[in-house]
Write a protein that binds this ligand. Structure first.
Ligand code: CP
Length: 332
């Protein structure tokens, strides 16, 4: 494997093979599998889970890693093309990325969304520019429109908890949040659940529709897997029979790049906070998922996060096993 940038680059059977490998490595450690291998980790935005789980994954497989982020570069790190560098930053990403890549056997890149131009973000232009600067195997650690490592871990988590694939109902619900958040996780998640063969409902208020290219990609995946994809603002209908309620906030797509208009669109939507009544008509064993970090009492009530429905901790732990499988296939 030379790239892990998008679950959509893989056949369903290839994803299942990765998941089998992840489970094998979980139960049968291979502490020397990647001895002598180095993973470079470039973070252009903050992280807890991705940072720690990739480092832990490499150690558990016998390899090593190093982390670079703008905060860690004493020279400052400029990312803008064509800039006259007469400000604080003394290092440009165009030199920094190839140099970092030259120290590693593979590189993970996190390039967060700018939240300015929707077309550019759907095309993942920032991430693609960065990855073109390195000639070693590359992993998307979250870009403007994708988070394949999160999706692989989410798929494994549902398998681990016996959540039905074909015939299972997956509700990706928009949630209130005080800030305008990117589309990476919702876009990756709707595609992943469709690829797993689930009946996917995107539940969101008006103005927060997922972009048509994102929905089109998910519908194509559903056509291959036997699943389905719909979108609605009817909460009662969406939640009925749900096996999974996956909460995530994202910026208003109708007002993308316009923060005041986005703030206006989310104003008064504080009731989009997942709580026990959301599960009233869901499946009896319905589960709550979230990629984390999550704002308690804003996105989801404490009693859900702290109760038996929540599987967010094993979901986060599975980031490590899923990434171990990716690294094993990439670097062995
Ligand atoms: N879910 C996720 O990617 O978490 P971090 O932003 O902490 O890495």
């Amino acid at each position: 494997m030379k790239e892990f940038n998008d679950l959509g680059d893989f056949q369903i059977e290839e994803v299942k093979a990765l998941l089998e490998l992840a489970t094998r490595l979980e139960h049968n450690p291979e502490p020397r599998a990647l001895a002598g291998k180095v993973l470079a980790l470039l973070f252009l935005s903050p992280s807890l889970r991705t940072l720690a789980s990739f480092q832990a994954a490499m150690v558990r497989l016998g390899g090593g890693s190093f982390v670079i982020s703008p905060d860690m570069s004493i020279h400052g790190l400029e990312t803008r093309p064509g800039i006259v560098m007469d400000g604080m930053a003394a290092e440009h990403i165009r030199e920094a990325v190839p140099v970092i890549a030259s120290y590693g056997d593979a590189i993970g890149i996190r390039a967060f969304a700018q939240r300015e131009n929707l077309e550019s973000e759907i095309a993942d232009e920032e991430f693609n520019k960065l990855k073109e600067l390195c000639d070693i195997p590359r992993i998307n650690m979250e870009s403007a429109i994708n988070h394949p490592c999160q999706s692989l871990a989410d798929w494994k988590t549902m398998d681990d908890f016996g959540v039905p694939a074909n015939g299972g109902k997956f509700v990706l619900s928009w949630a209130y949040h005080p800030r305008a958040l990117p589309l990476a996780v919702p876009s990756a998640t709707v595609h992943m659940a469709a690829m797993r063969g689930m009946d996917v409902t995107v539940l969101r208020p008006e103005g927060f529709e997922l972009p048509e290219p994102v929905m089109h990609k998910a519908r194509q995946a559903a056509a291959m897997s036997g699943g389905s994809v719909t979108e609605t603002d009817d909460r009662a209908a969406a939640l009925e029979g749900a096996n999974i309620i996956y909460a995530k906030s994202w910026m208003s797509t109708r007002h993308y790049g316009n923060l005041p208009a986005d703030a206006e669109a989310r104003r008064g939507r504080e009731d989009w906070c997942v709580d026990e009544p959301w599960f009233d008509t869901a499946a009896a064993d319905a589960r709550f998922m979230h990629c984390l970090p999550v704002r308690r009492g804003v996105v989801v009530a404490d009693r859900i996060l702290d109760g038996p429905r929540s599987i967010v901790i094993p979901e986060a732990r599975n980031r490590m096993y899923a990434q171990m499988a990716v690294l094993h296939q990439m670097l062995r």
